[in-house]
Design a protein around this ligand. Structure first.
Ligand code: NAP
Ligand code: GLV
Length: 315
């Protein structure tokens, strides 16, 4: 019997284990710290594992991330070399992220925050609106999540572009890549959406210099930022300063440098900020356990794994 260990100190490991037992009844499912003999663990699913725990699993075959991002695993400085890392690529998670991106692009486009304020004050103000085709959305990160969101936004009529590390071709989406393509991409963007992974290259990328390169010729006279990638991408003082100075018209932020977001953060009360508590694309335990169980079944039959992380790229 193969054994499977959850190492999820900040999540309810018991709930995950219950779902995993349903998805793969033949697995011996354990929850750290009750892991038995570490040498007998074949598979581990981890999120923010404490140092040396994954390393102690000397017979380990595969490490699973319980989300699309893998920064929570790669930040373990003691992670053993050579063990493959598989991340989540599942239609359930992708659709949740696309819903979030479409919702918030539409919210800014249709000025819903302004309408909510007017309703609270009893103000009937039929201000002029504009067509989706009058807004240029730019998505940083054209991976699994970015591509799906880009295509759905294009279906709604927005002018959509994307930016990635390597060149892409996507129907209905203007694609830019690399450092050489960034400024042109920003200069045509009214609503910037980040769906980038957290890597050393993307650390602090959403800063004031970048914000100043965004378009100012759109319907709001200043751009909007939506970040559902990772908080480490944000220079949070720069974003607040850009909002205060009117260099940013508004922002939707799902992720933060420190989570939970500290009570004293100005983001909580800023009138131009909509914030959500890192729920853009939740990992549903039942869905993700089925995904992991399927990967293990294929691996035990064929030795093949899909959606492998490239440790040298960091995602
Ligand atoms: P993915 O398929 O690996 O896509 C990542 C994309 O980012 C790729 O297009 C990649 O370019 C691009 N990229 C990476 N580094 C870059 C750089 N230095 N410059 C330009 N582009 C770069 O990942 P995914 O499944 O779409 O997920 C993306 C991220 O979303 C995750 O890593 C995670 O941080 C975040 N996320 C957040 C939530 C939430 O609830 N807020 C939920 C799930 C995921 P290439 O295509 O050229 O490789
Ligand atoms: C959540 O943030 C994920 O990476 O899936």
């Amino acid at each position: 019997m193969s054994s499977f260990l959850f190492v999820t100190p900040t999540w309810d490991g018991g709930q995950w284990a219950a779902e995993m037992r349903k998805a793969a009844p033949a697995l011996d499912v354990r929850v750290w710290p009750d892991m038995g003999d570490p040498a007998t663990v074949d598979y581990v699913a981890a999120w923010l594992p404490p140092p040396n725990v994954v390393r102690s699993l000397t017979g380990l075959k595969v490490i699973f991330s319980l989300g699309a991002g893998v920064d929570a695993i790669l930040k373990d400085p003691t992670l053993p070399d050579g063990v493959p890392i598989v991340r989540v690529n599942d239609p359930d998670l992708t659709m949740r992220m696309t819903e979030y991106v479409v919702l918030h692009v539409l919210m800014h486009h249709r000025q819903q925050r302004r309408l909510d304020e007017n309703q609270k004050k009893g103000i009937w103000d039929g201000f002029p609106t504009h067509a989706a085709s009058g807004l240029r959305v730019g998505i940083m990160g054209l991976g699994v999540l970015g591509q799906d969101a880009a295509q759905k936004l294009a279906m709604l009529g927005f002018k959509v572009a994307g930016w990635s590390r390597t060149p892409k071709h996507l129907d209905g989406v203007q694609c830019y890549s690399g450092a050489g393509g960034l400024d042109t991409f920003l200069a045509r963007t009214d609503i910037l959406v980040s769906l980038l992974p957290a890597t050393p290259e993307t650390d602090g990328i959403l800063n004031r210099a970048l914000i100043r390169k965004l378009a100012r010729s759109g319907p709001f006279g200043a751009p909007v930022l939506i970040n559902a990638g990772r908080g480490r991408q944000q220079d949070e003082d720069d974003i607040l300063a850009a909002l205060d100075a009117g260099e940013l018209h508004g922002a939707t932020l799902d992720v933060f440098r420190t989570e939970p977001l500290p009570k004293e953060s100005r983001f909580w009360t800023h009138p131009r900020v909509t914030l959500t508590p890192h729920i853009a694309a939740d990992s549903d335990p039942a869905v993700i356990c089925n995904y992991v169980a399927q990967q293990i079944a294929v691996y035990e039959r064929t030795g093949q794994l899909s959606n492998l992380v490239d440790r040298s790229r960091g995602y």
